[in-house]
Design a protein around this ligand. Structure first.
Ligand SMILES: Cc1ncc(COP(=O)(O)O)c(C=O)c1O
Length: 390
């Protein structure tokens, strides 16, 4: 059976060059990067070379890259690192209702610790209005954290405008760019943000490696206390394999990102157009254009998203019915509900996220499969009355 992977926002396949680059670190190059003897030196160099690749991709200084175990840890470091910084008197954070659980649940935790959080809404198309961020700012706001792109809908947030507003008020800005990295330009030099999260496994690197860009001069309270690693900002012996893999993934992005984005956008657009041409009662969740080039989130009316997902899985097609972290649950997506989607539409939503390795054949096979499965499920639905019959 053909296998089609349309779930790149959950994770991406490991690039063969990444797999090759990490091989020495699974064998002979086993030293601790903090050791000053021969066994540690080449490993330290590999870690620092990888950091330079990341810095070169964003256009930041290598010292501005703090390596972590994941995007989730980097999000925690951004929020708690600012909140708990010694001397910080402010108690208020502004974020959005559609952030990843790595942000939402960290904010919920901070609320139990005496912080106040404002969760600004999004419009019907899934986008934060910069003015609502401005209105949410208070005298004691310490941080604004708004994602660069949403993982479920792919919606792009106006982080430039939001950043200008917050910085104009002297407030620090964080953006979770886990999904945006590798898909849209994120020039650190001109981006009005102080902190930016990324994750290796969303860009064809390995799982268990991520990082936070921290603007030069900005101090953070560590979240993982320990050794002197990462200049005291994150203790723990480095995940050398994950870091080297992530460095290679970033160097590949620097060479190939534009071409890959153009190719993936073409496939996604063809897929989306064909589904709208062939399937009635389809709703696009998210903005038609202000969206990641690889993502399309659709509600198939009169069909349960979970049923559709399982039927497509049986045909070899992998996609998602919510964010990766909530798939498996039958609850309607909180992201789509926050956008004001009809709860039944939110139940019938599926996210298709394309990426490196997808082909035109994947698209045509999947369009046929989705059309067939939707027709089959609708035929079984007591709620569905085809238009012609009405
Ligand atoms: C927007 C966003 N932030 C953070 C994360 C968490 O990253 P990680 O899986 O590296 O912990 C994800 C993963 O799905 C994400 O989509």
């Amino acid at each position: 059976m053909r296998k089609v992977y349309f779930d790149h926002n959950a994770t991406t396949p490991v690039h063969p060059e990444v797999a090759a680059a990490v091989q020495p670190f699974l064998g002979g190059s086993f030293g601790n990067p903090s050791s000053i003897h021969w066994a540690g030196r080449d490993v330290r160099k590999a870690v620092e070379d990888a950091r330079e690749e990341m810095a070169a991709f964003y256009g930041c200084r290598p010292l501005e890259v703090v390596l972590t175990s994941s995007g989730t840890e980097a999000d925690n470091l951004a929020l708690k690192g600012v909140a708990y910084l010694e001397g910080n008197a402010g108690k208020h954070i502004v974020t959005s209702q559609v952030e990843h659980p790595a942000i939402i649940n960290t904010c919920r935790f901070l609320e139990t610790q005496g912080f106040r959080v404002t969760y600004v809404p999004v419009n019907r198309q899934g986008i934060v209005d910069p003015e609502s961020v401005r209105e949410a700012l208070a005298a004691d706001t310490i941080l604004v954290s708004i994602m660069a792109a949403n993982n479920e809908t792919g919606c792009l947030m106006p982080i430039g405008e939001i950043g200008e507003i917050a910085k104009g008020a002297g407030i620090l800005v964080h953006t979770d760019a886990v999904q945006a990295t590798g898909k849209i330009p994120l020039p650190w030099e001109t981006l009005p943000v102080d902190l930016l999260t990324f994750s290796g496994h969303k860009i064809n690197g390995l799982k268990g490696a991520g990082g936070l860009l921290v603007r030069k001069g900005l101090e953070l309270s560590p979240v993982v206390h320990g050794g002197h690693q990462e200049r005291g900002r994150r203790g723990g012996t480095e995940n050398v394999v994950g870091i080297v893999g992530m460095g290679t993934a970033f160097s590949l992005l620097r060479k190939n990102m534009d071409a890959e984005v153009a190719q993936v956008r073409g496939l996604r657009d063809t897929f989306e157009r064909a589904l709208f041409d062939r399937i009635p009662d389809l709703v696009l969740n998210g903005h038609p254009t202000k969206r990641l080039p690889n993502t399309v989130n659709l509600s198939f009316r009169y069909v349960e998203g979970e049923a559709l997902l399982l039927n497509l899985d049986m045909l070899g097609i992998a996609c998602s019915s919510g964010s990766a972290c909530t798939s498996g649950s039958m609850e309607a997506s909180p992201i789509l509900l926050a956008m004001g989607a009809d709860p039944t539409d939110a139940q019938g939503a599926l996210r298709f996220s394309l990426g490196l390795g997808n082909t035109e054949e994947d698209v045509s096979y999947s369009v046929d499969a989705v059309e067939r499965v939707v027709a089959k499920l609708r035929a079984m639905s007591p709620l569905y009355h085809p238009r012609e019959a009405m």
